[in-house]
Every structure is written in C-alpha cells, then in structure tokens.
Design a protein around this ligand. Structure first.
Ligand code: HGY
Ligand code: MN
Ligand code: MN
Length: 429
C-alpha cells in the first residue's frame, strides 16, 4: 500500500467517539466533582490513569516499557525494529484544580493514532510510540517538565529522585510505588534515541478560538524560569513583639513580591510573572511567621531578557529581607525553543492537505516537547480550548477539535514513520 493510501486509511479510522470516551474514562481518576480533576504526579490517581492506559495498550498487544523516572512508552512495532521510533505523547498528571484535556489530549491522541494504524492494518517502516512523561505539571514535586528533562539529560536523575513534596514524601518513594503498581517490566534507557517527536495539546490560551482556527502549527515555546524563595525570620508573639523587634518572614515576603512585580512590569504585557505558591509557618494567627516560602514562575520569548531579569531576583529579595535570612534557588531554567522547521512544515502540510483552518503560533505554556526538542526533531499541534481557559476545572475542548488534531498528528507521525534508514539529524550524531 502506498504511503499516501496508508495515511488516508489511518486518518479514516481516527474515531472521534472513542477518543472522547477515552477522555471521559481518564477524567474519572482524580475527579473533583466540580468538573475538573486533581491527579498530581505519582499519586494513586496518576497510577490509576496510567494503569487504564496500560490496559488499553495490553488489549492491543502493544509493547510497553518504562524508564528510571517513570516515563511510560507504548510501542506499535514497525518493519525495521532497529529504526528509531516516531514518538508522540504528553502527560497524564494535572494541576490540583486541573482540567480534563491539558496533557491527557496529547497522550490519548497519540494512542488513537496507534489504534487507528492497528485497525487499518498498515505496516510502518519505523515503530510508532505513545509516551507518558512523568510530572509535567510540577505541582506536587517541583520542577515541572521533570520526566522529559531527566530523559533529555537536563535534570540529574539522582538529585531529582531526592526531591520531596509538601508533605515530605520523597519522589523516589512515590516513583517506586508507581512502577510497582504499573508492573511494566521492560526498561527504557534515559536518552534512548527517538527519531522524531510530536505533541498534540490544547492551546491553553485564547488565540486559536479568537482567530477561528482549528489547528495551531506550533513554531516554538517561550522560555521560563522557576525559582523558590525561602525566608527565615523569627517566630514571636503577635501581641507583645514591637514592630522594630520583629523578623517577620511574611512581611519580608510581601515586600519582596511587591518589588518583583515592579521589576517585571511590562507595558507590552509579554513578560509573565507569577507567584503561585505562598506558604507561611507556623501559619497561626497570633504567631509572627518565622518562615515563608514562595515560588516564582517567570516567562518570556526572549532568552537574554529572561536571563537578565533572573539575575536581578536574588539581590532584590535580599534588599527587602527585613533582617530575615533569604535563599533563592532556581529550580528550572528552560530556554526558549524554536521547533525544527522541517517538522513544523510537516504539521502545516498535514493541516493544509486535510483542509483544516490553521495558523502558526508560539506556545506560551511549556511542554515536554521543549526538552525532547534537544534530543530529536520535534513539533507540536495545538487545538483550541474554550475561552482559552486552562489550569482551571472549567477547561474544555470539543470532540470535533480533538479528532481533527489527532488526524493531523496521524498524518505527521505516519509520514515520518515511513522513512527508512537514518534520519538527517541521526546522520550528524
Ligand atoms: O506550566 C505550564 O506551562 C504547563 O502547562 N505545565
Ligand atoms: Mn500540559
Ligand atoms: Mn499544564
């Protein structure tokens, strides 16, 4: 069967209803009862979602493997078992008040391609794979995009395993519980070669909907820095301690954040500065806080600006320490990435050939594709989400858009999976 025919046969078998039903099935793991989901990384809910996906994979007799940080790989073999795979995926973990499409869509769209290929009975030259990256959100264990960063060698595995969550649970322990529960025995080496990687995702912003485009041909991802600021003052009595004698960690944090908001004021409103986590200890109304912790999420498309702003943060915090001790740790440094033009063209051509309204777009959110782009040619496919809302329980997308994105993903994956021998970037290594 000619490649074009095979692609058409697979596209014809992308099943909108099945894809929608799969999203509803995964949505039950961590459902909050308010329409959204709390399925944080390596929790029982995350494990249950992974096991549901594994059950679907086992029913198709797809091969499965897992690496040392819990990234999960589901493989449909190709004729050339030694060829590097064409992989697509995203994440199953969510924000604490997350939606049912962020990450899940990329995993289920990729799995839908493997199933449609199976039903079409086509043979690809290269294996095609669905990937579930561990802890993309970074809500429970910081930083985010953890699994893909470790896989790409941008976060050290040993130090990452020692990270603890807000309740003092070490990642290594939560991971070993997850691995045991999944029961996947085949091991995948970190940095094992991937021929090319694609990620389908909701845009998580308002542009596609506003422009009435169904497909976002993603050209790259803006840069981001995550930091954690720990402030240590002195606990004291709220009623008896004069202001002049206080080393108030909360007051210091408030002044630091006010100064940081001034530093990051941007009249073009391109720079993104967020304090998403703010904790006080002992968190009692009548004890002056002895400790404060807050996180910084800083994003911009321009690397130099991000680096220059990032370099000012620690001294600015120290300036407003009010007698407290301050430590500022950078937990993630993710430079802006431009995707491989040849991969972006493959996505664009697929959208055009399928006569879907598309536009090029830069991703404001970060994704696992950011780190995988350092390993192999990578691109992303966006679909709209309602009002551009995400990281919110009201996040929603339509069955039609989910299926349209999956068909573009199918065409892109299969055109790459038909290529034999070494891919251009592999010849250079
Ligand atoms: O934070 C992000 O950009 C991603 O949605 N986790
Ligand atoms: Mn995501
Ligand atoms: Mn997210």
């Amino acid at each position: 069967m000619a490649i074009a025919e095979a692609i058409e046969a697979v596209i014809a078998r992308i099943d909108e209803r099945r894809l929608w039903e799969r999203h509803r099935a995964i949505a039950q793991f961590g459902a909050t009862g308010r329409g959204g989901v709390n399925r944080q990384a390596l929790t029982p809910e995350d494990i249950a979602a992974r096991k549901q996906l594994l059950a679907w994979a086992d029913a198709r007799r797809f091969a499965t493997s897992v690496d040392a940080i819990g990234n999960l790989f589901i493989r449909r073999p190709g004729r050339d078992q030694f060829a590097t795979p064409i992989a697509a995926g995203s994440h199953l973990d969510t924000q604490p008040t997350g939606g049912n499409f962020d990450g899940v869509y990329g995993v289920l769209a990729a799995f839908e391609v493997l199933e449609a290929a199976e039903e079409a009975g086509i043979a690809t030259t290269r294996p095609i794979e669905t990937v579930v990256w561990t802890n993309e959100e970074g809500s429970r264990f910081q930083p985010g995009t953890m699994g893909s960063a470790v896989y790409a060698g941008r976060l050290p595995l040993d130090a990452t395993l020692k990270i603890v969550d807000g309740r003092g649970i070490m990642l290594r322990d939560a991971l070993s519980e997850t691995l045991a529960a999944m029961g996947v025995t085949a091991h995948r080496e970190l940095r094992a070669p991937i021929g090319a990687y694609l990620e389908a995702h909701i845009e998580q912003g308002p542009i596609l909907e506003a422009e009435r485009k169904q497909i976002g041909v993603v050209t790259g991802i803006q840069g981001l820095k995550w930091m954690r600021v720990d402030i240590v003052g002195e606990e004291a009595h709220a009623g008896t301690t004069p202001r002049s004698a206080r080393r108030d960690a909360c007051a210091a944090a408030i002044e630091m954040i006010a100064a940081l908001r001034e530093l990051t004021r941007d009249r073009d409103d391109i720079l993104r500065f967020t304090v998403g986590r703010f904790e006080l200890s002992p968190n009692s109304p009548n004890t002056i806080p002895g400790r404060a912790l807050f996180t910084i999420d800083l994003r911009h498309p321009d690397r130099e600006l991000l680096v220059s702003l990032g370099s000012k943060i620690e001294s600015l915090c120290r300036m407003h320490a009010g007698g407290c001790a301050v430590s500022v740790i950078e937990t993630l440094d993710s430079a802006p990435v431009g995707f491989d033009p040849a991969m972006v063209a493959i996505v664009r051509c697929a959208a055009e050939r399928q006569k879907l309204p598309w536009m090029e777009i830069l991703s404001g959110a970060t994704h696992d594709a950011k780190f995988i782009a350092e390993l192999c040619p990578t691109a992303m496919i966006f679909i709209p989400c309602k009002r551009g809302i995400s990281h919110n329980e009201t996040e929603s997308a339509t069955p039609t858009d989910l299926a349209a994105g999956a068909r573009v993903l199918a065409e892109a994956m299969l055109s790459l999976a038909s290529l034999s021998g070494m891919l251009p970037h592999e010849r250079s290594t």
